[in-house]
Design a protein around this ligand. Structure first.
Ligand SMILES: NC(=O)c1ccc[n+]([C@@H]2O[C@H](COP(=O)([O-])OP(=O)(O)OC[C@H]3O[C@@H](n4cnc5c(N)ncnc54)[C@H](O)[C@@H]3O)[C@@H](O)[C@H]2O)c1
Length: 264
């Protein structure tokens, strides 16, 4: 028996990367997972999971479109009779220096990363309130609340905003038996990171990946399944006395006080 046995979950941005890892671990732990993603790849990912015996439903949905999100969530709830878990994971990151960042690209970050989480929560929360049970996990980042690199102003705002959203929502629904927490990943090896790295150094992206890994005390990037394991714990009843908290998962990357501790 898995720690999410008989639970019904919605995971946004589940076609690849962290959302894919979260859906995989949730499925393995016994949940039925509603995979929402703007990309057609969500259908292939769902098919592959079904081939492994996991229970999933795929929906092609843009999280910025509340009507589309609600339609998918309502359909899943109708099929499965309830929704226990929501993971607000869908997100974008474009590394652009502040003075070159257009208002449109800034607003795109706000729309997907903040309003997307808002829309999914609005669509799912009534089902949780109805059953007096729920677990919400917001995928924030160490970027913004704790650290930042150049080119990350718009992205950092959105990830810091999710900390505030997590705390305020946690207070609002605490009496409905709904827990709301946030996960703050460090460097995770996903298509988002691989794409950003390929743009910085198209000739040798692996050199940047290696350089990034060498700056992490564990000397490696995390995997989407690492994020899935933490999300599964926070979405389970094992974490029932935890709410309103951010959890850093970064191989120790925010830990060193000086570069001295990273020297071989
Ligand atoms: N990879 C990292 O190192 C890292 C670190 C910290 C936080 N995060 C966060 O983890 C989350 C996932 O990131 P990732 O690295 O897996 O990215 P990714 O680009 O590899 O995957 C993101 C997924 O979200 C989907 N998506 C994007 N916009 C969407 C929209 N409007 N509606 C529905 N789906 C949409 C994409 O199609 C894709 O499947 C993001 O919130 C990101 O900020 C990632």
């Amino acid at each position: 028996m898995g720690i999410l046995d008989k639970k019904v979950a919605v995971v946004s941005g589940a076609a690849m990367g962290n959302g894919w890892g979260i859906a995989k671990v949730f499925g393995r732990e016994g949940a039925h997972v509603g995979m929402l993603d703007v990309s057609d790849e969500v259908f292939e990912a769902a098919k592959a999971f079904e081939g492994q015996g996991l229970r999933v439903s795929a929906y092609k949905v843009d999280v910025t479109d509340f009507g589309a999100v609600k339609e998918a969530v309502d359909d899943l709830a109708k099929q499965q009779g309830k929704i226990d878990i929501l993971v607000n994971n869908a997100g974008i990151a474009k590394l652009i220096p502040f003075l070159e960042m257009t208002d449109e690209i800034r607003d795109l970050h706000f729309d997907v990363n903040i309003n997307g989480a808002w829309n999914c929560t609005k669509a799912v929360l009534p089902f949780m309130v109805e059953k007096n049970y729920g677990k919400i996990v917001n995928i924030s980042s160490v970027t913004g609340p704790i650290v930042a690199d150049t080119g990350e102003t718009a992205y950092a705002i959105t990830k810091a905003a999710l900390w505030g959203f997590t705390k305020a929502l946690a207070m609002e629904v605490v009496r409905n038996n709904i827990n709301v927490n946030a996960i703050c990943p460090g460097m995770i090896d996903t298509p988002m990171v691989r794409k950003a790295v390929a743009e910085i150094m198209p000739d040798d992206p692996q050199a940047i990946i290696d350089a990034m890994a060498s700056g992490i005390p564990m000397k490696k990037m995390g995997t989407p399944e690492d994020i899935g394991e933490l999300a599964a714990f926070l979405a389970s009843d094992r974490a029932s006395y935890i709410t309103g908290q951010p959890f850093v998962i970064d191989g120790g990357s925010t830990l060193p006080e000086s570069a001295l501790s990273l020297m071989e």
